[in-house]
Design a protein around this ligand. Structure first.
Ligand code: FAD
Length: 628
């Protein structure tokens, strides 16, 4: 969620495009029986893993056991979508046979566009986790472009059968398998070195079910293919006069990492998390078998996938989700910046007028979310003086509220700004009689793809708004953490109450208490490529800086989809720790005893390791902590 105020002001708002949704054929039979011819290496690869839960290192390119190109091609021919061996997206920028100045120019110009990466077989939006192995450059001889942490082969799945083929191939050859939907993951979890990637992007079916009378629901629903993005689902729902709980960003995939991580939404205040509304799932298991998971079939798997994280328990090929009658919404956006007095005294006053207004806003956050409002805001250093701060309210989103009611919620902040001579700029408040146009107006396409920063986050719970001293402590911690060179805040202000008490799922319990999901970043010079040097920035950030936020609410957590990959005690922060984590681990081991599905910080991933730079072979962790 990297934004600039240019984005906050909506300058990149795209016109809604109509998206064709080709139908997808899903084979819901059991495991497809495919015969792969065995090589000498193949049987060796199987040896370490046969028949049980004993883990062994994954076979890596260059190993004798690594499947031949012919075998990969054969796999491609058996699938409906085919297989490719993609170059990294920015390869045309580098000296060599692929050099192409025009293509490089286009890649560089559009690098921040999420659709460039979701439309490429292997590119991801956080290239740090591919080892910075091929970053766009205007100097072709400035370095090299290598595969780094990108997959070697990508199977373009068109249906569940293709997904089964990929899982079975990875299992038989003991090679690492990764799953890519859109590539949005903040921690690069849809990529992996020396892997076969199964890409779900083309599984675009959206089926409308007018009356769904099962699993405790009596209403409409949509059966959503694995590759459907938020905009496509919202459009389908709006076409029926309905609303589905999805993300704020149009390009995020619904069924993959988003929903499986829990999935917060501009309408979470009314309806909770996306995962709360899933009725059933079609899932390809590590065995290659396809199953339907719901409250009545594979209920443990159904529990775990809804909030327990992507790339862990199986590959979801479709999700059936509740749809609700439409409702009106108001969105409001505005900005303010350091006062003239702040600017004249930047070294002594430290933006005190700016912070006075921010603190006033902070005081009201719980009251806003108590009535179902959501906000997506930022505090960013911006302007000719690097110490000048700008507050950007990309969208204050108030479902079922009029424009007048919305402005009334914001008025105390506007009054405080007037008191300290800060002007509220770019105020744009719009009431819409239905969700879709309000969401469209409130959430322009975002910019992504930065390679010299890393996020971390914390969910600040309701109890921190108990009295003025707890609010002051929160204010102080936020101000301290972002008042460093280049520091910034992205705030997602939301409550996500569970609407239906009968629903139980693996959503991080911290969401149920949340008022502010605060994200901040550490950064380093853009030209730095030395991953070891970058680690020093990351270590200080995770261990020292972020401790200030963790200490404020140690019982809370962080959102696994928008978090620090180096989060200490991530089992507690991302999954609730203790018995909750143990339950998820048990389900992981039941359905994936051999670790077919892996990504860093996913349930069970503590049993695996790559190299320090995250681009080496994947191996089980030895008892001593290194590779087994
Ligand atoms: C610009 C931007 C805006 C965002 N807005 C929101 C928001 O409003 N609300 C919110 O909650 N989050 C938001 N996020 C975070 C988002 O939820 C995560 O990045 C999420 O991982 C994206 O899922 P994806 O499937 O689209 O991405 P991918 O990167 O393709 O996949 C993410 C993870 O899920 C796995 N995966 C993908 N498909 C499947 C599948 N079918 N079965 C099993 N595993 C799968 C991948 O292997 C990977 O581990 C945003 C992120 C960005 C970059």
């Amino acid at each position: 969620m990297r934004v600039s105020v240019a984005i906050l002001l909506g300058s990149l708002l795209l016109a809604a495009s109509s998206v064709a949704l080709p139908s997808e054929s899903v084979d819901s039979a059991t495991l497809v029986d495919t015969a792969f011819s065995s090589t000498a290496g193949h049987s060796n690869a199987e040896k370490g893993n046969k028949g049980g839960s004993k883990l062994s290192c994954k076979v890596f390119p260059g190993d004798r056991e690594w499947p031949s190109d012919k075998l990969f091609e054969k796999l491609g021919k058996q699938s409906a979508g085919g297989i490719v061996k993609p170059d990294p997206l920015a390869k045309p920028c580098y000296t060599g046979s692929a050099f192409d100045a025009a293509k490089c120019g286009s890649v560089s110009e559009n690098w921040a566009d999420p659709y460039l990466h979701s439309g490429h077989p292997s590119s991801i939006m956080s290239p740090l986790y591919s080892g910075l192995s091929c970053i766009p450059t205007d100097d072709p001889s400035s370095g090299t472009c290598s595969l780094g942490g990108y997959p070697v082969y990508v199977l373009n799945a068109l249906n569940a059968k293709d997904v089964q083929l990929a899982v079975k191939f990875a299992r038989e050859h003991n090679i690492r398998l990764v799953i890519k939907n859109t590539g949005h993951d903040f921690s690069g979890k849809s990529s992996g070195a020396g892997s076969l990637s199964v890409r779900t992007h083309a599984m675009k079916s959206v089926e409308f079910i007018k009356k769904y009378k099962k699993h405790g629901w009596n209403g409409s629903a949509f059966k959503v293919g694995a590759g459907v993005q938020v905009l496509e689902l919202y459009q389908a729902a709006a076409g029926q006069g309905l609303v589905v709980v999805g993300g704020e960003a149009e390009s995020v995939g619904f069924t993959g990492g988003y929903m499986q991580g829990g999935g917060h939404s501009p309408i979470s205040g009314l309806l909770g998390m996306a995962a709360d509304h899933i009725l059933s799932l079609e899932v390809v298991l590590a065995s290659g078998q396809i199953v339907t998971a719901s409250t009545t079939s594979y209920p443990d798997l159904f529990y775990a996938i809804r909030g327990g994280g992507g790339s862990t328990f199986g590959i979801v090929t479709s999700a059936t989700v509740k749809a609700f009658p439409d409702f009106p919404c108001t969105k409001s956006s505005f900005t303010f910046t350091s006062s003239a007095r702040d600017l004249a005294n930047l070294n002594t006053l430290e933006n005190s007028d700016f912070w006075t207004v921010f603190e006033e806003y902070l005081k009201h956050m719980k009251a806003h979310t108590d009535v179902g409002a959501y906000a997506y805001l930022s505090v960013i250093p911006m302007g000719p003086n690097p110490n000048q701060l700008t507050f950007g309210m990309q969208s204050f989103f108030a479902p079922k509220k009029t424009a007048e009611q919305t402005i009334a919620m914001l008025q105390p902040v506007f009054d405080k700004a007037a008191e300290v001579n800060i002007t509220i700029d770019n105020l744009d408040t719009q009431y819409h009689p239905s969700f879709f146009p309000a969401w469209r107006a409130g959430f322009p396409k975002e910019r992504i793809g930065g390679w010299n920063s890393q996020p971390a986050s914390r969910m600040f719970p309701k109890r921190l708004w108990k009295d003025s001293s707890s609010i002051s402590a929160l204010f102080k911690a936020i101000r301290e953490v972002i008042s460093v060179p280049g520091g910034m805040l992205i705030g997602l202000q939301l409550q996500a109450p569970l609407q239906d008490r009968k629903v139980t799922n693996a959503v991080n319990p911290a969401f149920r208490e949340n008022v502010l999901h605060a994200i901040t970043f550490t950064g380093w010079p853009a030209e730095l490529r030395d991953l070891k040097a970058i680690k020093d920035y990351q270590r200080e950030f995770s261990e020292v800086t972020m401790k200030k936020w963790r200490d404020l609410a140690p019982e809370s957590g962080a959102y696994l989809n928008e978090a620090d990959i180096n989060e200490p005690n991530w089992q507690q922060s991302f999954y609730g720790g203790g018995k909750r984590y143990q339950k998820l681990l048990k389900i992981k081991k039941k359905y994936d005893p051999r670790g077919i599905f892996y990504a860093e910080t996913t349930v069970g991933s503590e049993e695996w390791t790559t190299d320090e730079d995250r681009i080496g072979r994947l191996c089980p962790v030895s008892k001593k902590g290194g590779k087994a």
